[in-house]
Every structure is written in structure tokens, then in C-alpha cells.
Write a protein of this length. Structure first.
Length: 267
């Protein structure tokens, strides 16, 4: 494997910060080296400087997206942080009698487990009423996996058994050991590529609940403030905002008030 020099690593620190607002600590040098090594081989390049020059040339948009995909960390699982889903269940039940659609945004949806967890709760509480889940991520690679809704069975262990039986199909034959989210539920979830570090698409609309969990840990202070302000601009008054338990909005934003650990409400 090619080794990466400190200077080359600094190039990719700048690259991913400019592309996605992500701050790579010096401890991520081995990660960058490991994840990009195959791209050097695929492009028949001899070192990371040549690869960085390719990305900077303006002639390799597909390769830029591939590099962004490889350098963004995507870790998630079904029904992560159960208290957020208890809140969601309560809010959805209260919204059942209202005519307007109940909309939830998973703003860094990764491979889709969070979105489908949200959708299972809404389908249970709201049935065929008007509701929608939007999942977004900067990585096209994980969005493709999310749209498929196809997961190894071991990733489904946190799904309540009744939901697993109701909303998922167990793989047979060649698909044994996997689970597929049923088509009607997948149809209620819309996925879109969104870079939270740039102006958000107006087509996203407004939301009753927004999940932005375990994302801010990758941003520096200024980027956190900018990203949170953008995301909260799409939260309806009275809407709820969920972040990761290891995260805080202290000195980041005062548009929302904390109502429980990692749960905020817009006035």
C-alpha cells in the first residue's frame, strides 16, 4: 500500500472540509490512506499527490464524488437512541387528527436504517394518513444502499419484533441471512443527495421533526453553527429537533429550547 505523507494528508483534510465541512483530525491519517489506496490503483496513479491533482483538475466529477463517499463516515443502526422514537410516537399520535401531512427529515440518513425506523413508527401511528419521511446524505454510495432497503439480518436486532414481522421480509435461498424492508414502506421514504455544508434545496420543504444525530462531532465550531442554522430554517415553529446524545447545542444555536437530553423544540 502507498504511504501518505503529512503534506498529502493536509491536502485531503482541506479537500473534505471544503466539500463537506468535515474536519479530519491528525489521527485519521491511516483512515485516509486505507480508504483511498484502491482509487490510486484504479486510476493507475503512483502516489496521493497525483490523486489529489486529479480531484483538483475539474475533469473528474465522478471521482470527486467517489472520494467524498469514501471519506465520509457512515455509522447507523435501526432504532438508535430509543427515547427519540418514543417522542416521535407521541408526536405522530397527536398529529393523527390534523389535516396537514406529518413530515420528518433524517438529515444525515447514511444507509437508511434511521429513515426506515422513523417510517415504521409513522406507519404504525398514522397508517394511511398523510405522512412523509425524507432522508438525505452527501454520499451517493450510501443513498443507493438506503433506497434498496436491504440489510444483513444482524443489523435488524434493534427493530421491535412486531415491526420486524410487519414491515420486513426475510430473505430465502440466495438471500438467506438478509432482510428487505417491504416495498409499501420504502415507497413512503424519499432519499435525496444533500450537502448540509451548502445552501439547502428549497424543494425539501418544512418539517415537523428533524433528526441530525451524530453528525456535528465531525464539524468544527463555525461549521456546526452554519449547518444547524440551515437545518433549523426548515423546522416548523413548534417542531422538534433531535441530535446525538454526545452532542450539544450550547453556544451553537438559540433558536430552539432543550426539552430533554438531545431533544429541542422550536418556539
Amino acid at each position: 500500500m502507498n504511504t501518505i505523507t503529512d503534506t498529502e494528508f493536509s491536502h485531503f483534510q482541506r479537500f473534505i472540509f471544503q466539500a463537506a465541512g468535515i474536519t479530519l483530525s491528525p489521527g485519521k491519517k491511516a483512515l485516509v490512506c486505507g480508504r483511498l489506496a484502491k482509487r490510486l490503483q484504479a486510476n493507475e496513479l503512483s502516489n496521493y499527490t497525483e490523486y489529489f491533482e486529479l480531484l483538483s483538475s475539474g475533469k473528474a466529477a465522478t471521482e470527486v464524488q467517489t472520494a467524498v463517499d469514501l471519506l465520509t463516515t457512515n455509522e447507523t443502526y435501526f432504532f438508535r437512541e430509543p427515547k427519540h422514537f418514543d417522542l416521535l410516537r407521541s408526536l405522530a399520535t397527536a398529529a393523527a387528527s390534523k389535516p396537514q401531512p406529518f413530515r420528518v427529515w433524517s438529515a444525515a440518513s447514511s444507509s437508511g436504517e434511521e429513515c426506515y425506523s422513523i417510517a415504521m413508527v409513522l406507519a404504525d401511528c398514522l397508517g394511511t394518513s398523510a405522512w412523509e419521511v425524507v432522508g438525505s446524505d452527501i454520499s451517493q454510495r450510501v443513498l443507493q444502499r438506503a433506497r434498496a432497503g436491504h440489510y444483513p439480518v444482524e443489523r435488524t436486532r434493534h427493530i421491535p419484533p412486531a415491526y420486524l414481522k410487519r414491515f420486513c421480509l426475510k430473505g430465502m435461498g440466495e438471500q438467506e441471512g438478509t432482510v428487505l424492508v417491504e416495498r409499501p414502506l420504502r415507497a413512503r421514504v424519499n432519499f435525496a443527495q444533500v450537502n448540509l455544508n451548502t445552501e439547502l434545496p428549497k424543494a425539501l420543504g418544512m418539517f415537523d421533526v428533524i433528526f441530525l444525530r451524530n453528525v456535528m462531532i465531525y464539524f468544527n465550531g463555525d461549521t456546526k453553527r452554519q449547518v444547524v442554522a440551515r437545518v433549523l430554517s426548515l423546522l416548523k415553529p413548534g417542531g422538534h429537533f433531535c441530535i446525538g446524545h454526545s452532542e450539544s447545542l450550547n453556544e451553537i444555536n438559540n433558536e430552539v429550547l432543550q426539552v430533554a437530553p438531545s431533544i429541542y423544540r422550536k418556539a
